[in-house]
Structures are given as C-alpha cells and as structure tokens.
Design a protein around this ligand. Structure first.
Ligand SMILES: NC(=O)c1ccc[n+]([C@@H]2O[C@H](COP(=O)([O-])OP(=O)(O)OC[C@H]3O[C@@H](n4cnc5c(N)ncnc54)[C@H](OP(=O)(O)O)[C@@H]3O)[C@@H](O)[C@H]2O)c1
Length: 501
C-alpha cells in the first residue's frame, strides 16, 4: 500500500510517497482502508518533531481518518469488514491503509460522507469544548474569533452562532473573511489592514468582548486581551503564529477576566463522558445540517504534502481533506483477492465533471446519475434514531413492526433518506476548480413512498438552474429524486440548493 512517509523530520517537501507492506492487525486492532484524512495543524508540527506526540520514524502524518474496515483482530467485536468508520488516530492517516487500536474506531452515521466525516471532529470537538466547557458562552454575548478563517476558527464561528452569540470574525484576508461571513459571522475584521483594538471598540460600543477564542497567539493576543470585557474569558487555543505571547499579568487583574487553557486531547482523555456528550451533539448537528464543515480544498494522496505546506503558508480556508483513492461512496468495495491481499476495487466512475463556475451553465438540464444502489439497513436506522433522538417504534422496533406494519418491516425515517442526498450527490458530480461547494438547503421536500428496511435506494438528479450572486458565487439548483429498487414511486423528491464560490 502507498503511504506518505516522514523518514526524517523536516518540511513537507521531505515527505515521500512510498509503497510499504502492512502487517496483519493485532488482536485488538483494526485494518482500515483510508478514504479521507483531515488535514490539521498538528500535521505541520509532527513532521518537524515539534509536536507533543513523537511517533517513531518512519510514520505517515494525518490523525483524522474516515474509511472502511478491511479486517479486525480476534478480540474486536464491535466492528466488521465493510463498516464505514472514523478514527482520531494521531498519525498514520495519509496512507492507503492504516492499522489502529479498535478502541479508537467508531462507526460513521449513514448520513455522513467520508469527506465530511474526516473533516469535522477535530475542529468542532476542540471549539465546542472551548466555548461550552471552558467559556460557558451565553446567548447574546460577543465572541471574538482570531484566525477565524482557519480550521478551528471557522468551527468556532458556526458553534458560536448556534449557541446564540454575536460573532466577530478576525482574519488576515478578505477571502477568508468572506468564508467566515458565509458561516454566519456578524462582524468582520481584517487584521492585516484594520486596527483590531479600534474596530473592537466600535463593534462593542466600548464595552469589550465577552469571549475571545485565540488559536493564533503572537502579537494579536495582547491587543485582543486589552479589548476584553469585564469578566471576559480568554481562550488560549493555540499558537499558529509560532509565537507564544508573553502576557502582562496586570492586564488580567485590571480586566477582572479569566484566561483559560484549552487542550481538547487531554479533555477527551480525562473527561471521557463529557467529551462523548459533546461529540454526540456535534454529530446530531452535522446530520441535521446545522453544522456544515467548510471544506473547499480536497487533495489527492499524491499531493498530501502540498496540503500540509499550504496550511503552513496560511493558504487554506476552513478545512482541507486528503482524499485517498478514486472512490465514489458506495462503489469502492473492500475485497480479498486471489493472492489473499485486501484490495480496494473501485467501480466505474461515472461522475460528471464541470470545469468551474463559468462552465455550470453549459450543463443546465443535464441528468446526473442514477448513482449506485445503497441498501438501507436496520443499523443505519438505529444510528439515525440514536443521534437525532427520534426513535419512534415504526423505525426501530422490529418485532412490533413485524406484527403491525403492512410489509412487516420497519420504515426508514424520511429525514434519514433526505439526508443521504448530499452523500449520493458527491458521487455524481465534481465541480472544479471552485473554492467551495456548499449544500445548504432543500426546497419543496416531499417524502413520497416509505422505505422499508432492506430496500435499495439510489439518487438521480437534474441540474435545473444556476443563478449568479452579487458576491461572485453561483447558486445551483438540483432536482433530486431518490428511487427505491423495484418500486413505482420514488422515496423522496426535492430541490437541493448549493452554493459555489
Ligand atoms: N488546544 C487544542 O486542543 C487545539 C486543538 C486543535 C488545534 N489547536 C491549535 O489551533 C491552532 C489553529 O489550528 P487550525 O487547525 O485552525 O489551523 P489553520 O487552519 O492553519 O488556522 C490557523 C490560522 O492561524 C492564522 N495564522 C497566523 N499566523 C500563522 C502562521 N504563521 N502559520 C499558520 N497560520 C497562521 C491563519 O489565519 P490568518 O492568515 O487569517 O491570520 C490561519 O488561518 C494551531 O496552533 C493548533 O495547534 C489547538
């Protein structure tokens, strides 16, 4: 299998893509076919031996992985080959395969695609812990996010809005600030052009900011601290600037504020139950579409080192993900071949490729799909019920369903079927190059036929329209239909609205 390897500590250009063998998984381990790997700031540190964890050489960077189980060790009971899973593994993810401790591996809810799954937990997990468990952010409070166009920053904006705060996004470029605005930021400050202190005074009417979320450090920190409100909370999240601020303690006294250290990794270890509660809430928001990670940059494994370099060069906006292999969600099959080696067999890739925003209009009226069939399992239904808290018997009680329902089978929740639209769609269309492709709404949703457990469903869509927006983005309209194998009527019809930037 191929892996991006760090053989000696250094910059991303010292990483090499190599073919290496992997052993069989140990008794409590899982072998995963990596489909997507989130790019995070620790990747820039770990390859330079500047991170708190120091894996033995050689190793692959990449600590946030979504993929499919290929094989499990003898003691592993909660996972089987073919399961879609997620792991926060620390390193090893920028590779085609990965062996990891089974205790660190979790099933991915059916409504989440691999890219979203690999681009969410690290950033949302950190920012939710900071805003909820540390700052106890309250509705109506002001939240200043520094480095707001980065991974954890963008997550803090979205979560701050959900928690009812007035969010001030501060970043170094207009492009980053536009992205912050699309995530709901109420006020924007370009700190490479504007005076941070003056703008904060204007925005807060001189009162100061209630909560400051700082993943950057450096010289912004003191200016921000001087702008904090009485009883404010200053969240020390990271030092992306490479500079640890030397704070004057008298400022903390004078402001009557609290400076709080945020270390999500330790929180997850020491306060397991609280962290799991946070992650469950994040999953629910992801499934409900309340959180939609901003992932405009997707790199193939061959260019994964560029992703790390781009992060170091402050070029990334929101989150970047490395896509491993040429898969389309349900078409990449894990099989054991004749030579007894596990391989990923990609099915035919019938994707429509659109060359950028300008090309979109040439495809209006085009059919997309139909895609691959996907079987709706009871496990998917249970997982959906668990994360949404909506466990009506008609969906989950198989015994009662066998006696009470006409077909004798439980029925998938209509919202579960609807939530699969985005996942199916990424298999049918690629638009490049665009900075962002954001699915954000469904119009005229109709749940037409029930989907009994065990049914196979697939998506077909028509690109029905495209509207230029004043900010240069393009709004896309897609008429989507989810059909059920062998059924006359579809399960779902609706108009998906997406935005291309
Ligand atoms: N405490 C925790 O538990 C925890 C968890 C996750 C991450 N973190 C830390 O949070 C920080 C941000 O992580 P992230 O994933 O959001 O990274 P990111 O996506 O690269 O965002 C970092 C932002 O910092 C700003 N920045 C300023 N100077 C920079 C420099 N010299 N190099 C790179 N960026 C610079 C950039 O915004 P502008 O260009 O707009 O200034 C950039 O968008 C990192 O230090 C990371 O280690 C901490």
């Amino acid at each position: 299998m191929r892996a991006l390897l760090c053989r000696q500590f250094g910059s991303p250009d010292t990483l090499t893509l190599e073919n290496i063998p992997l052993p069989e998984p140990g008794e409590n381990e899982v072998l995963i076919a990596v489909r997507a790997c989130g790019v995070n700031f620790p990747d820039t540190l770990i390859i330079r031996n500047a991170y708190q964890f120091k894996p033995p050489l050689p190793f692959s960077p990449g600590g946030e992985v979504a993929g499919m189980v290929i094989a499990t060790g003898k003691q592993v009971t909660h996972l089987s080959p073919g399961d879609r899973v997620l792991t926060l593994c620390g390193w090893g993810g920028m590779a085609e395969e990965l062996i990891v401790d089974a205790a660190k591996v979790f099933p991915i809810p059916p409504a989440l695609d691999f890219i979203t799954a690999a681009g969410s937990l690290f950033t949302y997990g950190t920012s939710f812990h900071a805003l909820k468990n540390k700052a106890a952010l309250q509705p109506g409070e002001t939240l200043l996010v520094l480095g707001a166009g980065g991974g954890v920053g963008m997550a803090a904006i979205e979560l701050g809005k959900i928690m009812g705060a007035r969010v001030i996004a501060a970043a170094s470029s207009e492009e980053k600030l536009l992205a912050c605005q699309s995530k709901g930021a109420d006020y924007l400050i370009n700190y490479s052009q504007e005076d941070l202190k003056t703008r904060l005074q204007e925005i807060t009417g001189g009162k100061g900011v209630d909560v400051i979320y700082d993943p950057v450090g450096g010289n912004l920190a003191e200016t921000a601290l001087r702008s904090i409100a009485w009883k404010g909370r200053y969240l020390v999240v990271g030092f992306a600037s490479g500079e640890i601020p030397q704070t004057k303690w008298n400022l903390i006294l004078l402001k009557g504020c609290s400076v709080m250290g945020v270390f999500w990794g330790s929180f997850a270890e020491k306060e397991r139950a609280a962290n799991e509660q946070n992650l469950l809430q994040i999953m629910q928001w992801l499934i409900a579409g309340k959180l939609t990670p901003y992932i405009p940059q997707i790199y193939p494994l061959e260019n994964a080192a560029d992703a790390i370099q781009d992060m170091m060069d402050r070029k990334l906006i929101g989150k970047a993900v490395v896509k491993v292999g040429n898969w389309t969600a349900e078409t990449a099959v894990v099989k054991k071949s004749d030579d007894n080696v596990h391989k990923i067999i990609p099915a035919e890739n019938g994707k429509k490729i659109i060359q950028g925003k300008a090309d979109v209009k040439n495809h209006i009226g085009s059919m997309l799909g139909p895609g691959e069939w996907l079987t709706v399992t009871q496990e998917m239904i249970h997982q959906f019920a668990a994360v949404t808290g909506d466990d009506q018997w008609i969906h989950t009680d198989t015994e009662k369903a066998s006696q009470m329902l006409p077909g004798g089978k439980t029925i998938a929740h209509g919202y579960l079927i609807m939530s699969l639209v985005s996942r199916f769609l990424y298999d049918l269309i690629t638009i490049r190059p665009v900075n962002a492709f954001v699915n954000y709404g469904i119009n005229k949703a109709r749940f037409i036929s029930p989907v009994p457990v065990g049914s196979r469903i697939r998506l077909q869509a028509t690109l029905s329209g495209a509207e230029d927006q004043p900010d240069g983005s393009v709004k896309l309209f897609l008429n989507c239909l989810i059909e059920i194998e062998g059924a006359e009527k579809p399960a779902f019809a609706g108009e998906l609205i997406s935005l291309l930037r």
